[in-house]
Ligand binder design. Sequence first.
Ligand SMILES: Cc1ncc(COP(=O)(O)O)c(C=O)c1O
Length: 452
Amino acid sequence: MKKLAYEKPIINKISAGVPDKFGMSSTIQPITEIDKVSVTDLVEEYGSPLYVLSEKTIRNTYNNAVNAFKTRYDKVQFAWSYKTNYLNAVCNIYHQEGSWAEVVSGFEYEKAIANGVPGNKIIFNGPDKSIDDLTLAIKNESLIHIDHQDEFYDIKLITKKIGKKAKVAIRVNMDTGIYPKWVRFGFNLENGEAWAILNKIMVDDGFELVGLHTHIGTYIMDANAYGVAATKLSQLAVRIQHKYNHNIKYIDLGGGFASKNTLKGAYLPGSDTCPTFDDYAEAITNALEQSDIQYEHMPLLILETGRALIDDAGSLIGSALANKRLPDGRRSLVINIGVNMLFTSFWYEHQIAPAQLSSSHMEDTIIYGPLCMNIDVIREAIKFPEVEKGKHVVISRIGAYNMTQWMQFITYRPKIVMIDLDGNTHVVRENENHETMNALDRTPEHLKDFNL
Ligand SMILES: Cc1ncc(COP(=O)(O)O)c(C=O)c1O
């Protein structure tokens, strides 16, 4: 038997608070493999830090979501929210599964087109659409979700100029019982703004009103809020039908389903408390079915789910840089993953585990990133074993937003790999290096030389 390493004994004041109903959790299981691929092998081959995506988890989660809705309602269409993770490999998995694209900028629109998504299967959301973006979207028959009056007038001018109708929906904001309300996007329902713009659209022959859209917020823990949103959009659809004898084709309820991550300060883990896809589907489809929309005109239900589809599929492997004792006696662990690579650490308490068997002595630990900034804290307090310098940790459920909201700061962004269904690993994004970082820099001639 291998001789165990000596560990200095420590006396700990118990400061973790009262046990919850599950008792006091005192061990963390190491994560030694991701989809049966050894974490140590991954680091040896691709370096550390390393983002790892599981194709199996992406496809399984997607199919679970689709099944939850399609078993309750005939006409369902998912549109992959590009901003959540716009790696081409990721987008293409969703497109292979049948998902359309939901984009919020000219850049994301270009990406969807370059990935091969047909124009009429791209939903164009957001407040920032240039005249060029809108012109292209109209020509491609994309579904433009109007965010504000100015955009309505831009579209009106473009349709006159190019002589082609725009296929549009409006984004509606409303009170669904979720606070604060996301009222800065789209047109308000309760104050009549949404109805006013719909009337303008309906009497203008440059527009074809094809749908109604809302996105009530993100990480919504109350499935019933979606029932309220679906009811209110259905009522709006019926009102349009009565006044203009016009049936909209779809209702798009946006994204916002909670992933299984745990919010900071939450008492119980997100995996125990967040609604399931079935809960959301039940609330939404019940509301649609109970609406006054005529059976033969039941709309296509579009969902732009982001984080709940991809969070579980992403892991971030890092390494211990140092173990330190702070002046107040607390232990800290410095790892090579900073908040620049894990943007979501500002609001989630991610699951963090050592990547190898480690000591069973757990101690309250602060986990710091490597950046020279005091706010670079990955976790304020976690019961954690000692992780020797050079050994690895795995942070789970990081697939959403971290690979788009990351910041290039101080260090190069690392590689991203994907493990396919057969357990083979593919690099889906290269790491940055001196050359890639300098490719966009331009140094004026007079600043090129200096003598020190
Ligand atoms: C319009 C729209 N649709 C979809 C999403 C995806 O949201 P989530 O990741 O919460 O599902 C967002 C994110 O903010 C959004 O703004």
